[in-house]
Ligand binder design. Structure first.
Ligand code: ZN
Ligand code: MN
Length: 499
């Protein structure tokens, strides 16, 4: 594959205005599929969760999953959408081996939710509001695995396997209006938009929201408009980008690639593009005209969906605090700097820190433990920090430090014990004998011994050179196996030396 020429990003933005649009598919976490009773479960034996309806066998009859409708309405409301009083499913006809029925049951001119908006906050503090055109319900297709080729793609494969377990899993497809004015922030807007959708579906609990398992998939539309022009450029649609970082990279790549073509006097082909995670590039997929004719028609086997206004209002009352509002509230309450707060958010530790503060720790301590020691251990083990210990345990640990029963150093040993399942922090302190020695008698004995062993140091201290005490503190801490408060040891040394 020939390597694409890219124009420098800043130069591209100087010459062209990027125009964006996103289609995000969210897989709902209902127990069963959209139109049949088969389990909606990931990672099971191929074709085990199937039935005549989701396999498209003759005679199979679909029935709508009420929970999927409920989740779709809640998601629509959280995106600020209107909810249709009456809407229908439609058949979208096309053939592909992962689509057993030869049509996808989707919604066309009557989506369940429409006309919403979502405000994003960028790292710079800039806010951008994205208009949502629609959020409609549909079903997922099965999954093809191409075997024998070098790339895992169909080209060059010897054969392909199809697994229909995913066929019929409920999806909500969220479509934005065109997004103008993002300018040089365009790649970050892509990332922030998909991140905001992920945060919302998580807060609602309507999807497992694991991008790496394909629960959220983004198609990114990018076009460039020459400065001074009022006409939209030709767009490309990069399909199935499934991490936040990849959305950002894919948008940036398309801006640079399209700008290089336009600068050289070429034209952009309207097409879908594949995203390649390994090389950070896109490549041509299939041509896509705006007039692709799927021969939509209303699904004759399903009745229209007409959610009552009472039900919609009941569901509206179940909406959680919007994630962005929650972040603003917590950041202010905790008094963190933007950077400190970003650390917590990026580490996906907002819930953990919030629960730790609720359990009695100071926000600063909660942040320190979660983004520091716990993240370090979690990274080394390849797990999430919040699977290691509970917020209550972290709060208890930080309480033991605050009361002087543990030093920071001892607390790290206690944490080790808690992670190893030896019990609560207090229990680990007890079992491992890690309490700070606060008995002055024991400290004084160790100090006198250390001073006697280093008469030259004693003489210096008595001479007024109090910084010489450091050498004795070290010896005493060692004798106490680190279980002493260094500041108290220092005080006592000066006292014993007659200072
Ligand atoms: Zn089924
Ligand atoms: Mn779709």
């Amino acid at each position: 594959m020939a390597k694409d020429k890219l124009l420098d990003f800043d130069k591209a933005i100087e010459l062209y205005e990027p125009v964006l649009g996103f289609e995000v598919h969210v897989e709902l976490n209902t127990k069963t599929k959209m139109f049949c009773g088969c389990a909606n479960a990931f990672g099971q034996g191929a074709n085990t969760n199937t039935c005549p309806t989701c396999l498209g066998l003759p005679g199979g009859l679909p029935q709508v999953n009420e929970k999927a409708i409920e989740s779709s309405i809640r998601l629509g409301l959280a995106l600020g959408c209107e909810i249709a009083e009456n809407c229908r499913f439609a058949r979208k006809q096309y053939f592909y081996p992962d689509l057993a029925k030869n049509f996808q049951t989707s919604q066309y001119d009557e989506p369940i939710a429409f006309d919403g908006e979502l405000t994003l906050e960028l790292a710079s503090g800039r806010e951008i509001t994205v208009q949502i055109e629609r959020a409609h319900m549909e079903e997922d297709a099965g999954k093809l695995t191409h075997v024998g080729g070098a790339t895992g793609r169909i080209q060059g494969a010897e054969y392909s396997l199809v697994d229909f377990n995913r066929g019929g899993v409920p999806l909500v497809e969220i479509v934005t209006k065109i997004i103008e004015g993002a300018e040089a922030d365009a790649p970050e807007v892509g990332r922030a938009y998909v991140g905001a959708i992920r945060d919302i579906v998580r807060a609602l609990g309507v999807s497992n929201a694991r991008m790496e398992e394909g629960n959220i998939r983004c198609d990114a539309n990018v076009s460039l408009r020459p400065r001074g022009s009022t006409v939209l450029g030709t767009r490309t649609e990069t399909k199935n980008v499934n991490s936040l970082r990849s959305v950002e990279r894919a948008v940036r790549y398309e801006i640079q690639r399209q700008a290089a073509i336009l600068e050289a006097g070429g034209t952009i082909t309207q097409e879908t593009r594949h995203w390649h995670e390994d090389t950070g590039t896109t490549s041509a997929g299939r041509p896509k005209s705006d007039a692709d004719d799927y021969r939509y028609f209303p699904e004759p086997d399903l009745v229209p969906v007409a959610p009552s206004r009472e039900w919609v209002e009941e569901l509206r009352a179940t909406l959680p605090e919007p994630p962005m509002a929650r972040r603003k509230r917590l950041r202010e309450a905790w008094g963190f700097t933007a950077l400190e707060f970003q650390d917590v958010v990026n580490g996906e530790l907002l819930d953990a820190v919030e629960a730790t503060v609720a359990a009695g720790a100071s926000p600063a301590d909660a942040r320190k433990w979660w983004t520091g020691e716990l993240t370090r251990i979690a990274n080394a083990r390849g797990v999430a920090a919040d699977t290691l210990v509970t917020p209550q345990q972290v709060a208890e640990l930080s309480g033991l430090i605050a009361s002087g029963e543990l030093t920071d150093r001892l607390a790290r040993q206690v944490l080790e014990g808690v992670i190893a399942g030896e019990g609560s922090p207090a229990e680990v302190v007890e079992k491992r004998g890690l309490k700070v020695v606060s008995d002055d008698g024991a400290l004084i004995a160790a100090i006198d011994e250390a001073l006697a062993a280093q008469p030259d140091v004693l003489a210096k201290i008595q001479d007024g050179k109090v910084q010489a005490a450091g050498a004795v503190i070290g010896a005493v801490m060692k004798a106490m196996k680190g279980q002493a408060d260094a500041a108290r040891v220092r005080e006592l040394i000066l006292e014993r030396a007659g200072q």
